[in-house]
Design a protein around this ligand. Structure first.
Ligand code: AMP
Length: 534
């Protein structure tokens, strides 16, 4: 499934170069299709599924699979055969430029050339007003705008901080303006919907889209749980163009009949992998079924596990464009110095105190402390405040207003020491976090990689200091792999827990990547922490 591993060596590089690799890839694709005979239906389908997966050029592996199946012989259902027919029409092309892989049908057409400047987009000035602070489109914007502005469905694999909000936000605004031209009715029903897994991310997206839409009069509203429904209902009634929401509250308001999505023809699923991880799949499906059947779909995800591409196959055009910035797999940011310390669980409070004296001496630099459970967030916050630190926390234990306030204080720097749980902090674009301290190790190594990625952003170096206790020993092997891949020091004490990794091998650096089988039981809504995310 995976595309070739790409390291993004230069953030601003967005030259769209059709390389030899592209031609080689096309020839391989051609040969591959010729190899498939009429009876070999299931394998063909597998190949084509993989063609739909961006940039996959592991032809030799596919050939091996094909040979194996040749020996075994196989049948195919009518449904599979017809699905195959759809996929057969998908002719994939691949464009590669440094750090970016674009794949999908007809992606090489000249109209899809990546943009080198904002002006090249041909968008009106008022739409580009919000980009004035930037020199040029970021790689994800540069590569995805030509497709999105042409109305194509798109899958974006890009991390928070890559400029992905405007990558879908600007085309969303343009979509609203186009719809306005073609429909002069005064009543404004939402035309665009952005689904986000967490309230904080929804608010962040909403802040960006409210600002970006202002010059052209495009209104956005943020619909999220943990706060009164009244103002959200009033905004919907007054008329909005773009709804940004978390699945639970949105579904509530749809069921109350106050949020009508029947005119929504531009849908964005942001952090789709997280949305499914959090067990929101039923809500997402139900919400999508309320939108126009003819719609443009955009899906952003930090990773690309099977449940996410299943969702894409179901709700998107059979030939979506896929733009991968960086890697489809999760790799630790190499700008972050990772320090792992093995200690007794009970020693953590004292050790945290000592680390803050080291890392937060000035009390002005931003330090983010991660914990696992919401109760732990409140406890660590109180413990630190008792010891004379000024700390705030965001977790599901807090009222939404308190969470929003804590986050603003942290962002503005009025309280630069924040205690957060994974759910609350995921996807947030927090500038200049100097140090991340993992007070509790997360439940998965992917969360570890996400956590430490809150620092070392925008070309700056960061430090991630992690407490690892014997209770976490099941993840020692995976953590060792992450550290080794990033060429970090692996402490002897960590190695003592063993380097065995039970899970499947990751394409990048061994088994830390959690492969999720498409047939695996569906996630249920998280109950241990921030379970009220709706
Ligand atoms: P994201 O969370 O991926 O939307 O990234 C948001 C961050 O990217 C914000 O700090 C923006 O100011 C920044 N950003 C968005 N577009 C650009 C651009 N074209 N050039 C530089 N920074 C950008």
């Amino acid at each position: 499934m995976a595309g070739p591993k790409k390291q993004q060596t230069e953030a601003g590089i967005m030259q769209n170069s059709e390389t030899k690799l592209h031609k080689k890839h096309k020839n391989k694709q051609k040969r591959k299709i010729e190899e498939i005979d009429a009876e070999d239906v299931e394998i063909e389908q597998k190949l084509e599924e993989e063609i739909l997966d961006a940039g996959s050029t592991e032809i030799s592996k596919k050939k091996k699979k094909k040979k194996k199946k040749d020996k075994e012989g196989d049948g195919v259902s009518e449904k599979e055969a017809s699905e195959r027919k759809v996929a057969e029409t998908a002719e994939e092309e691949v464009i590669e430029s440094i750090g970016v892989v674009v794949s999908g049908k007809n992606v090489n057409e000249s109209k899809y050339k990546a943009l080198n400047s904002f002006v090249e987009s041909g968008l009106p000035e008022e739409v580009l007003e919000c980009c004035k602070a930037f020199d040029k489109p970021s790689p994800i914007q540069s590569h995805s705008w030509p497709f999105l502005l042409d109305g194509r469905d798109l899958i974006g694999i890009a991390a928070t901080g890559s400029g992905k909000t405007l990558a879908f936000g600007i085309p969303a605004i343009r979509h609203v303006l186009n719809k306005r031209k073609s429909n002069t009715s005064k009543k404004v029903n939402p035309r665009c919907l952005v689904l986000s897994p967490t309230r904080e991310l929804a608010q962040q997206i909403s802040d960006v889209l409210c600002d970006a839409g202002k010059p052209s009069g495009v209104k956005s509203v943020c619909i999220y749980g943990g706060t009164s429904k009244g103002p959200q209902i009033s905004s919907l009634k007054a008329g909005v163009d773009i709804v940004i929401g978390t699945p639970g509250r949105l579904k509530d308001l749809i069921e109350m009949g106050v949020c009508r999505l029947n005119e929504v023809s531009f849908v964005v699923l942001d952090e789709a992998d997280r949305m499914l991880d959090m067990g929101f799949e039923p809500e997402v499906r139900s919400i999508l079924s309320q939108t126009c059947s003819v719609r443009q779909m955009v899906m952003f995800s930090a990773t690309w596990p099977p449940p996410v591409h299943q969702l894409a196959q179901e709700f998107m055009d059979p030939n979506p464009v896929k733009v991968v910035v960086g890697s489809e797999d999760l790799a630790a940011n190499h700008d972050v110095m990772q320090i792992v310390e093995v200690l007794d669980e009970r020693a953590r409070d004292e050790r945290l105190q000592t680390l803050l004296e080291k890392y937060h001496k000035s009390r002005k630099n931003r330090v983010l402390v991660f914990v696992l459970y919401k109760k732990e967030a409140s406890r660590v916050e109180s413990m630190l405040n008792r010891r004379g630190w000024k700390a705030v926390s965001i977790s599901g234990d807090k009222a939404q207003t308190a969470r929003t306030q804590a986050l603003s204080q942290f962002k503005e720097g009025t309280c630069p020491l924040l205690i957060a749980t994974d759910v609350a902090a995921r996807g947030l674009d927090i500038p200049d976090v100097e140090v991340v301290i993992n007070y509790s190790f997360p439940l998965t190594t992917e969360d570890y990689v996400h956590r430490i990625g809150r620092t070392g952003r925008a070309g700056k170096k960061g430090v991630a200091h992690t407490f690892f206790t014997k209770e976490n020993k099941g993840l020692s092997g995976e953590l060792v792999n992450v550290l080794r891949e990033a060429k970090q020091v692996v402490p002897e004490d960590l190695l003592k827990f063993g380097t065995h990794v039970k899970k499947k091998e990751s394409k990048l650096y061994g088994a830390h990547f959690r492969e999720i089988d498409a047939n695996a039981p569906k996630a249920t809504k998280i109950t241990f922490d921030d379970s009220d995310e709706d």
